[in-house]
Design a protein around this ligand. Structure first.
Ligand SMILES: [Zn+2]
Ligand SMILES: [Zn+2]
Length: 232
């Protein structure tokens, strides 16, 4: 058997790294978010990084903190599309490594308290059967193991509607589309949880998830996502 040297997913150069996905240069050039983004919504802001932005002051989202590692630029989109749509589940290792670094920074720089449990945004069973894996669940599993935080079982929190892609919809349509999308099968005992998602764009999906989880007894929710879209 000949083992092929892995190639960088972004520039196709052969690589010889501890992680077999990106060359060092491409890894350095990923669109990491600076620390000066709003800790609540994850959007850039000019003020003190410990404070939430003026939009969040006016109308705060239902979650407390949003931790992400990258902005959803073209390179990041390419990697996440490979991960979700091109049968490259092994990329979970790259994303969980990047996300755990952002979480560690938050713990050190902002005295962030880790949650009692993690939960992944579920896929509808039809989509899960087609893809074969839930991209958020794979990252959540890695983080649960690394941080020694319990992961709430995949069958406890489910998606009851197979929603279509939201890109073409208006804000009102998106909200209607997300109504009653999620369901909690058994009560959740953890009070502070982190919800893991791949990309946060409008936030409608995670808002709907938060609503369902609060109803199930959760008191505080943080969002951990691979990437944040900075502008619509
Ligand atoms: Zn490269
Ligand atoms: Zn904000």
């Amino acid at each position: 058997m000949v083992l092929l040297q892995p190639r960088c997913y972004l520039c196709d150069m052969p690589i010889d790294n501890p992680q077999p996905f990106l060359c060092l240069l491409c890894q350095q050039e990923l669109p990491y978010l600076p620390y000066s983004y709003c800790p609540r919504c994850g959007l850039p802001q000019g003020q003190n990084q410990q404070l939430q932005c003026s939009e969040c002051n006016e109308q705060a989202p239902p979650w407390q903190q949003l931790i992400t590692c990258m902005s959803y630029t073209l390179e990041c989109q390419y990697l996440i599309k490979q991960y979700k749509f091109s049968q490259q589940p092994q990329l979970h290792l790259l994303f969980s490594q990047l996300l755990s670094r952002s979480i560690a920074n938050k713990v050190i720089q902002a005295d962030y308290h880790l949650p009692d449990a993690l939960i992944a945004i579920p896929l509808h069973k039809k989509r899960l059967a087609k893809r074969g894996y839930n991209q958020a669940q794979l990252v959540a599993k890695d983080l649960a193991a690394q941080l020694q935080i319990p992961l709430i079982a995949e069958n406890k929190f489910i998606r009851t509607k197979n929603t279509k892609a939201q890109a073409q919809q208006t804000a009102v349509e998106r909200r209607a589309n997300m109504h009653n999308v999620f369901q909690v099968i058994e009560p959740i005992t953890a009070k502070h949880i982190a919800v893991i998602d791949d990309v946060v764009t409008t936030g409608e999906t995670i808002k709907a998830a938060c609503q369902t989880l609060f109803t199930a007894g959760v008191e505080r929710i943080d969002i951990w996502c691979i990437a944040r879209t900075l502008a619509d």
